[in-house]
Design a protein around this ligand. Sequence first.
Ligand code: NDP
Length: 327
Amino acid sequence: AKSPVTVTVTGAAGNIGYALLFRIASGALLGPDVPVRLNLLEIPQAVKAAEGTAMELNDSAFPLLESVNIYDDVNQAFEGTNVGLLVGARPRTKGMERADLLAANGGIFGPQGKAINDHAADDVKVLVVGNPANTNAYIAAASAPDVPADRFNAMMRLDHNRAMSQLKEKTGTPISEIEKVVVWGNHSADQYPDVSYATLSGKPAIDQLDAEWLSSYFVPTVAKRGAAIIEARGASSAASAASAAIDHVYDWVNGTAEGSWTTAGVASHGEYGVPEGLIFGFPTISVGGEWQIVSDLEISESTRAGIDHNIKAAQEEIDAVKELGIL
Ligand code: NDP
């Protein structure tokens, strides 16, 4: 068997955590031959609930699950971490101003970034799920100066998967035959789902979809899917968010298939005019445990507008964080 991998999950007692942990323990995150040590981080009030989840994890008798440890101390939770899934965040509650939201999350993701810097394994990979994910990932990365910035990702995979789901529903194309979809930008209503390069069973998607459906149905349906789930379910999407986190890390560690790409929220090096360091949804391939941005695409006018809109939104949030003195 391979050597065990330490996976730290924050907000482990929450809804996404409950959907996520069992799939990690089953081998879906890293592969069917990789033993896992789980570290669960929670705030003190939620430690008891996390203990309940840990009891269930142990009772599932997963052959790959070596251990489950629960912490309310961030430094202990990230000791030796190889993969960090940062799920716990401060949600926006009624009447909360954006500045309050950013300040509350700065207070969570700053210290977590520092703890990762000081205690995690040298090969640590971090995926931020908790919203506002792109900005939280930026804050964590900025708080971890000794960890390469490309190890901090924001989850755009749920948006990517939602786009795939809409294309399947519209055209009947099996998911396995839908390629080269991308969701540019932020995990927020600003995001730009784009099928300019997509193929359905090997043929260009834009030849099979009308422009009106794309602009007035596809884009807003993907971007507002979270709200539609809340409306239908009476609760935020949780299992699909967990599933997307699994997909993201699996591909990051094990590589994307030859000739295909996915969407990951990764630090820009200036690709497509996105300012360096912004964590942004790009078309990406994964090779040897590292993401590479697909950087040679021809950009249409509408894609350009979508990217620019997201640059502005992401940059404004970072500027607000800096003004608040969080960074
Ligand atoms: P969830 O597990 O449902 O959600 C957690 C985070 O994920 C939220 O920021 C949420 O953002 C985000 N998220 C939710 N749905 C999606 C989605 N579809 N796509 C992408 N992101 C999504 O929240 P719970 O309230 O059930 O659980 C949160 C847990 O985190 C609690 O147990 C709390 O105690 C814990 N926590 C732990 C901290 C720590 O470990 N230091 C710090 C803060 C909280 P959104 O608000 O937009 O839905």
